[in-house]
Write a protein that binds this ligand. Sequence first.
Ligand code: KIV
Length: 280
Amino acid sequence: MKNMKLTIPDIIAKKGVEKISMLTAYDVSFARLLDSQGVDMILVGDSLGMVVLGYESTVPVTMDEMIHHAKAVRRGSDAFIVGDMPFLSYQVDTTEAIRNAGRFCKEAGCDAVKLEGGVEVCDTVHAIVEAGISVVGHIGLTPQTASQLGGYKVQGKDVESARKMLRDAQALDEAGAFSIVLECIPDALARSITASVSVPTIGIGAGPHCDGQVLVTHDLLGMFDKFVPSFVKKYAHLAPQMKEAIGAFVQEVKSGTFPDEEHSFSMKIDVEKLMDDEEK
Ligand code: KIV
């Protein structure tokens, strides 16, 4: 099922023709799993901070942490990989933004970067694109600034914020973003935005009318029994199975039933006799 790596024109050409699949990975084993199923794009999301590193939000995630994990993902996959620019890696000035975006490409072999924000980040998006690095936009619920948005809740529900989001999407399109993530917005607004931009929209909690869909892989696999957003469909419930397997290991170690003969190595020499002979 593994595909040829997509190019930017391939991805843009899918708009209105074929839905785009995108999933997150933070390490080599998940990258290999996603690759084996022909996912169109892999996102090394800054959700890394909450999913893998145990932070309370995505805000503390650093460039070095992102690069470390993006490198591991690249080792496991030939697919199109997007590196997520962490908080304050692109807001200070455009020079720093270009340098940090460049690190994802030069050090980790990413094919593009993603950054959060609308009109206010368009100069930065344009500068990164001009430097030769492809950019995915991200509007709606933007987790890095969730506290300014009133927390992790649906965005764009009133006329003013819906209009602003439409303007943000169009501005990102004009600035050169080659696709735009729409997070946690009403499906009718996602449909209008999708119709009003020339590049594919990738939805997460944004209904069925987007050009593609993205989820956090750990969420869709049901690897957490802590909070999972209501828009996530769990395609598996692995947490109970994983806990059961770990519990069984602990019990078998305690009782001495693991390792058994099947999981041990034998040898033809009689070691006890050998030891006895050595002592003589
Ligand atoms: O960091 C992330 O995983 C993301 C997706 C949820 C879109 O930004």
